[in-house]
Design a protein around this ligand. Structure first.
Ligand code: GTQ
Length: 370
């Protein structure tokens, strides 16, 4: 332990057990009570102590098992046919990192599922397949590879794949563990099992998708983005344009947040999302911040160093960065850019006043690796 965090020296709780104290603790426990000093240093740590550890999930390894579920369970029997990514330190709450859930959902050709809604908010990032659709509060959205879409909390949603051939595999991101940590979960099945979608597909993209605030539509006052899908092509083009105009972030390369076009804020109140581009051969500097992040490799190959350990990645791979863990990214390709999609709980951290960030200053800004 460094002197900076030495509990004894700094006068934090340091009571040793005696037979009298042990008996006393027993008496308190009988009354559903306890002595603060037995837990004080654990419940008020010097700095965040996530139970989550960094994990990289290889798409090539998971994909065959995700496909296997197609034959093993019917989508409607399973509710949603999803392989969850579970952090070894967060099995108790089915989290991939912190209070964020993620999983790979597979839908066979022609499949569709019934509608439901819940307190948890959801987002999708499409890995593969051409036939993916979802209906969110009556709006039918069609999404393709690397598109990003949101299902804000409380919105009815049902999904399907209308391709004749080939499955859809998309990644779900939800704040389920957060909602449960707050004891705020609700769930409802649609009274008619299916929604009646409006005639116009991707209507929010047509309405809000071009940095122009439309006149003649009802004023948007809900706490989430009216734009429900963010297609890959314009997103990628924007990042390439941004790379021409700016240097970007020393920690993240050329990065932009998917935003609510009405407010400029995060897409939903509990989860935000980014797309970032690493230039050919670029390696970023390390930093750390409060808030958990789940990354998906949208394009290219490279590696990230997280808490001193290197994780190589390529398109489709998913990895997580626990709160307050040092992290930096590198693009291993000297000729092509690499892109990382990510989602996070930053909106929660910010709105509660929990946001903190720190740069890694030793060693030229790079963590030593084992
Ligand atoms: O699409 O409704 O991966 O409710 C987990 C819970 C997906 C969904 C998940 C869900 C959904």
């Amino acid at each position: 332990m460094t002197a900076e965090y030495d509990d004894d020296r700094l006068g934090r709780a340091r009571v040793s057990d005696t037979p009298e104290l042990t008996a006393y603790y027993g008496e308190l426990a009988e009354l559903e009570a306890g002595a603060l000093w037995t837990v004080a240093n654990d419940i008020e740590p010097w700095y965040p102590q996530p139970k989550s550890v960094p994990v990289r999930w290889r798409y090539d390894a998971l994909r065959p098992l995700v496909c296997k579920a197609l034959d093993l369970v019917k989508a409607d029997d399973a509710g949603r046919r999803v392989v969850m990514l579970v952090n070894p330190g967060r099995k108790d709450v089915s989290a991939a990192v912190g209070l964020l859930y993620t999983g790979l959902q597979i839908m066979g050709p022609g499949e569709s599922m019934t509608a439901h809604r819940h307190q948890a908010a959801a987002l999708r990032f499409v890995h593969e397949g051409t036939g993916a659709w979802t209906i969110v509060d009556g709006q039918k959205l069609k999404v393709g590879p690397r598109d990003f879409a949101i299902t804000p909390n409380g919105t009815w949603h049902e999904h399907g794949n209308d391709a004749d051939d080939g499955p859809v595999i998309w990644q779900d991101g939800l704040d389920i563990p957060l909602v449960n940590a707050m004891d705020a979960g609700f769930y409802e099945v649609h009274p008619e099992l299916y929604q009646q979608p409006g005639k116009v597909i991707n209507s929010s993209v047509l309405t809000y998708g071009a940095n122009l605030l439309p006149y003649g539509v009802e004023k948007w006052t809900r706490p989430y983005s009216p734009l429900l899908a963010y297609p890959w092509e314009p997103t990628y083009q924007s990042l390439r344009n941004l790379a021409r105009a700016t240097e970007g972030s020393p920690y993240d390369g050329v990065i932009a947040e998917y935003t609510n076009p009405v407010t400029g804020g995060s897409v939903m109140p509990t989860m935000g999302a980014h797309m970032q581009l690493l230039r050919p051969g670029q390696s970023t500097k390390a930093h750390r911040h409060t808030g958990s992040v789940i990354y998906t490799v949208a394009k290219g190959r490279g590696y990230s160093v997280i808490a001193g350990q290197r994780y190589d990645w390529q398109q489709g791979d998913i990895f997580c960065v626990p709160s307050w863990a040092w992290h930096e990214h590198a693009n291993l390709d000297q000729g092509e850019d690499a892109c990382l999609f990510s989602f996070n709980d930053f909106p929660v951290m910010r709105s509660l006043g929990f946001h903190r960030e720190e740069a890694y200053t030793d060693n030229g800004g790079h963590q030593p690796t084992e």
